[in-house]
Write a protein that binds this ligand. Structure first.
Ligand code: NAD
Length: 318
């Protein structure tokens, strides 16, 4: 197939050097680049002009897919894991092979969770800022050894966090109704059948669930009230899982000791975001899976998926 046109929107892919660029160049496809994530309106304006999307967290819902089908769209390859902005089931149902990249970024995201936990517990976010301002204030930190780490969602990332946190001496508890405790899991890992009982015992709580109709707004006032007083919440999943109004109430009341997140309900962060200037919050700009090692793995997989999808349609580069 000649003149395959690909729209590449993932900035993580674009901005990180590595062999994924060579792999993409070797396909011989014509690649055009935009800086994602693109809004629905932006996608609607672009989608019909391309044979394939090599996308990130752009909005690709039914309408976008249908507009794409009226034009050239044949294949969608998502760089990354989360499918909350991409209606993959619909795309596949209308004959557009659609892939993502599971199983290649869990180590990197898990290391980011540990980085957030350790940074916050040792006040590194404050100390770093203050020494830059020529100040020498010293805060007393906390160890994480001996803490109960509660994990909601015991999939690829949740398990990788468990492995790292065990090495730091944390006790691992998890809630995931779809992942029963298996014989290969360590005896010391405790599964909870009820979310509330996990919330009640966790000193540190980390979210590793997909965003969907069941998890949107899961962390609301009721959820936060059930959390142990003085506990910490980590969110590297999706911003929409947490209700910010309830979160701020819990932080202001001191019920929650801090909120450490890599994701927001709207990305990039909007001006004057109510969490932006709080000392009990750390926000990183959705870079949980962005390491040189992980980007190359994800980028290469996304390109290989793209090529394999064209092959599956019997469309190969001539
Ligand atoms: P995964 O599919 O391997 O694991 C998700 C787990 O959540 C599964 O075990 C599933 O059974 C469980 N689950 C689903 N609904 C649940 C619920 N209501 N309650 C409890 N458990 C539930 O996915 P993963 O690779 O571990 O990624 C998890 C999420 O992390 C992704 O969906 C994505 O949103 C996010 N993510 C973020 C980044 C980042 O850069 N910050 C990178 C990768 C993934």
């Amino acid at each position: 197939m000649n003149n395959v046109k690909v729209l590449l929107t993932s900035t993580s892919f674009q901005d990180t050097p590595g062999q994924h660029h060579d792999l993409l160049a070797k396909t011989g496809y014509t690649v055009e680049r935009l800086r994602g994530p693109l809004s629905k309106q932006e996608m609607l304006a672009q989608v019909a002009s391309y044979d394939a999307l090599l996308c990130g967290d752009d909005v690709i819902d039914r309408e976008v897919i249908d507009v794409g089908r009226t034009g050239r769209l044949k294949v969608i390859s998502k760089y990354g894991v989360g499918l909350d902005k991409l209606d993959a089931a619909y795309a596949r149902s209308v004959g557009i092979p659609t892939t993502n990249c599971p199983g290649v970024n869990h180590t990197t995201v898990a290391e980011h969770v540990m980085a957030l936990l350790l940074a916050y517990n040792r006040n590194i976010h404050l100390h770093s800022q203050e020494t830059r301002n020529n100040e020498w204030k010293r805060y007393t930190g906390n160890e994480i050894r001996g803490s109960v780490l509660g994990i909601i969602g015991f999939g690829a990332i949740g398990r990788a966090v468990a492995t790292l946190a065990q090495a730091f001496g944390c006790f691992i508890h998890y809630y995931d109704p779809f992942t029963p405790k298996s014989a290969t899991m360590e005896a010391s890992i405790e599964q909870h059948g009820e979310l509330g009982s996990l919330l009640a015992v966790s000193d540190l709580l980390t979210l590793h669930i997909p965003l969907n109709d069941q998890t949107r707004g899961l962390v609301d006032r009721h959820f936060l009230n059930q959390m142990k007083k003085g506990s910490l919440l980590v969110n590297t999943s999706r911003g929409e899982i947490v209700n910010n109004t309830a979160l701020i109430e819990a932080l202001d009341a001191g019920h929650l000791r801090g909120y450490l997140c890599d994701v927001l309900e709207h990305e990039p962060m909007l001006p004057n975001h109510p969490l932006a200037h709080r000392t009990d919050v750390i926000i990183t700009p959705h870079i949980g899976s962005r390491t040189h090692q992980s980007v190359v793995r994800q980028g290469s997989m996304a390109v290989e998926n793209l090529v394999a999808s064209f092959h599956s349609l019997g469309l190969q580069r001539s």
